[in-house]
Design a protein around this ligand. Structure first.
Ligand code: FEO
Length: 396
């Protein structure tokens, strides 16, 4: 159902209640998502972003409820990923004389995706397009979260459309932040930040400062996924500032996999050491746990303890994806440790410690290995490791 979000601005996107994996199968989306597209009616008509192509028919029906698509003058493509640009070829067939407005890097990525000869206009920060009574003002936002990402601001209504920034993968019956469960909303906003935006955290406060320095009122923040922030809209910008600082809480996450329970027993003994020092911990068996949920927990915690048995001179493969993300997401302000059982060659701890070094996560203490099933002494060593991790978490 189309929704008016401000005078002459309509949400014409779609809600995807069913999607459970995004970016192919890279990101879990337990609560679905939405692809938000905004139609602006003025002397000139502008469409800001489209939707993922499988939803194009529903999207076009929404669009047609408000306007004849052939009358669209500008299609703003804030970002080229297909969840926002997928229906662009269909829209452009209906309004072939419209101008596709992109960032400078979007002038590379949009043609790269669609190989079409559309009228294109590349804009830079501060550039404006007059629609008649209102203007669109553009702010480049490279790496929030792709090089081509751009924010579009509409004067008069004071609506900021920042594309992926401030979004959530959260399918809802209603469109606005004050109409949904706040705990669910912030759970999804944090998961989105932790899994997508963490590596670009150093850019977040600068971009927020840049927006505030424009000294323009922001009455609505309308991202391209999830709900629209109309009640206290800057709350999410301020929360992003806090998340960007990556100040972790004094707790630990223990990630492990196990073949015959030896590494599990070690994980639990490390937990005993943390508990003895009053440091809360959560323990995740990665073979049966959603990776993206765990990464959200990793984002929050200061201590990251990783364990695996040795298999084929390496780690259990179920740990590989989360280790890749630990490196790619560039988490800051962590301490780490390694543990694992083995039968023969026993490289597990060395491999994990080398990986933590590559992730720039300093070791709280030397790792613990146990040959075959852990002895009582091995478990005591694990408990001692938990205490050392607790001390490193409490330090500073
Ligand atoms: Fe970067 Fe929602 O796509």
């Amino acid at each position: 159902m189309i929704t008016k979000i401000a005078e002459n601005v309509h949400w014409v996107g779609v809600v995807d209640w069913s999607i459970r994996h995004f970016h192919g199968y890279e990101l879990s989306t337990h609560r679905g998502t939405s692809y938000n597209s905004y139609l602006i009616l003025d002397d000139k008509i502008a469409l800001v972003d489209t939707v993922w192509n499988p939803f194009r028919d529903e999207f076009l029906a929404n669009l047609r409820e408000v306007v004849d698509p052939s009358k669209i003058d500008y299609v703003i493509a804030n970002h080229s990923e297909p969840d926002h640009s997928g229906a662009l070829p269909t829209v452009m067939q209906l309004c072939p004389n419209a101008t596709v407005v992109v960032s400078k890097r979007g002038a590379e990525s949009i043609p790269g995706h669609y190989h079409a000869k559309w009228n294109m206009k590349a804009v830079a920060t501060g550039d404006r397009i007059s629609l008649g009574k209102h203007e669109l003002v553009f702010v480049e936002a490279p790496m929030l979260h792709w090089p081509d990402s751009m924010f579009t601001y509409m004067t008069g209504t004071n609506v900021l459309m920042p594309n992926d920034a401030f979004g959530q993968h959260y399918a809802t019956a209603f469109r606005f932040n004050d109409q949904v469960d706040q705990e669910e909303l912030y759970e999804e906003a944090l998961k989105y930040y932790a899994n997508i935006l963490t590596p670009f955290s150093h850019l977040v406060p600068k971009k927020i400062d840049e927006l505030l320095s424009l000294k323009v009122p922001v009455d609505v923040i309308a991202p391209s996924h999830g709900v629209i922030w109309r009640k206290d809209p800057l709350q999410i910008a301020n929360t992003y500032r806090t998340w960007a600082a990556q100040i972790p809480s004094r707790q630990a996450i223990i990630l492990f996999d196990t073949m015959w329970q030896a590494t599990r027993l070690m994980a639990e003994a490390i937990g005993d050491g943390l508990e003895a020092e009053n440091v809360p911990f959560k323990l995740y068996h990665m073979a049966v746990t959603d990776r993206n949920d765990v990464l959200t927990e990793v984002f929050k915690a200061k201590g990251i303890v990783i364990g695996s048995p040795t298999l084929n001179n390496g780690l259990l493969p179920t740990l590989t994806p989360v280790l890749e993300d630990l490196k790619g997401l560039k988490f800051k302000n962590k301490v780490g440790a390694a543990f694992g059982s083995y039968g023969w060659s026993g490289e597990c701890v060395k491999i994990i410690e080398e990986h933590l070094a590559a992730c720039k996560i300093p070791l709280a203490a030397e790792g613990v290995r146990a040959k075959w099933q852990p002895t009582a002494d091995d478990l005591k060593a694990c408990e001692a490791l938990g205490r050392k991790v607790a001390a490193a978490i409490k330090a500073e």
